[in-house]
Design a protein around this ligand. Structure first.
Ligand code: SAH
Length: 214
């Protein structure tokens, strides 16, 4: 018997996200609204609410639900924020950010994913998300500064362009590591002209490929 996606979503949020410490009601509600099964290939739709990342083609992945909730909560998003995401992929993370009412600018470097996701987000009427095909490690200079920046691929360092395009005050969350598929989640906080970095724990993202990435 097919289980209603809304029920699967509520169970996913409760058991995988809330149970592990994400408590911001706005983030939990946003994740309950986004139909994650529409962001994966049809053959994988039955597994869309599982407790792991899933392939989305081109060697890339849609992030695990918990990590999406954890990173989103760390950003402390308000509806008036302008947000930059590097690594559009399936568009799922961008949709969660858009559900929080913010304006989302998202960059993907693989054309096939960019084309597919731009179409999907348009069909889903996420008109507050703009998608660009480019190397996101240099940011989106014409649109900066951004109140919040989220990078959903892992590189060897925090790209200087992204620090420069972060507003003051601003917050950025980014996986960083000298080994591939094994990074630390770094929270970059800019305030009063100063930039500090906090280590929020281990994670495993696909490669951030580009000028200021691998
Ligand atoms: N946020 C995505 C996660 C996708 S995986 C989601 O919710 O599905 C990370 C994505 O980052 C991949 O699609 C990969 O192609 C992309 N990527 C890697 N390096 C990039 C770069 N320099 N600029 C933009 N996108 C990049």
């Amino acid at each position: 018997m097919r289980i209603d996606p809304k029920i699967r979503r509520e169970k996913m949020v409760k058991e995988q996200v809330e149970a592990r410490g994400v408590s911001d009601p706005a983030v939990l509600d946003a994740m309950k609204r986004v139909p994650r099964h529409l962001f994966v290939e049809e053959a994988l739709a039955a597994r869309a609410y599982d407790d792991n990342s899933l392939p989305i083609g081109e060697g890339q992945t849609i992030s695990q639900p918990f990590i999406v909730g954890f990173m989103t909560e760390l950003l402390q998003i308000s509806p008036e924020h302008k947000i930059l995401e590097i690594g559009t992929g399936s568009g799922y993370q961008a949709a969660v950010l858009a559900e929080l009412g913010a304006d989302v600018y998202t960059i993907e470097r693989i054309k096939k994913l960019f084309m597919r996701t731009r179409k999907l987000l348009f069909e889903m009427r996420y008109f507050n998300i703009r998608v660009k095909l480019d190397d996101g490690t240099t940011g989106w200079p014409d649109e900066g500064p951004f109140d919040r920046i989220i990078v959903t691929a892992g590189g060897p360092e925090v790209p200087q362009s992204l620090i420069d395009q972060l507003a003051d005050p601003g917050r950025m969350i980014i996986p960083v590591g000298s080994e591939k598929r094994k990074q630390r989640l770094i929270l970059v906080i800019k305030a009063n002209g100063e930039v500090i970095e906090e280590d929020m724990g281990g994670c495993a993202f696909v490669d951030l490929v580009g000028k200021q990435g691998w």
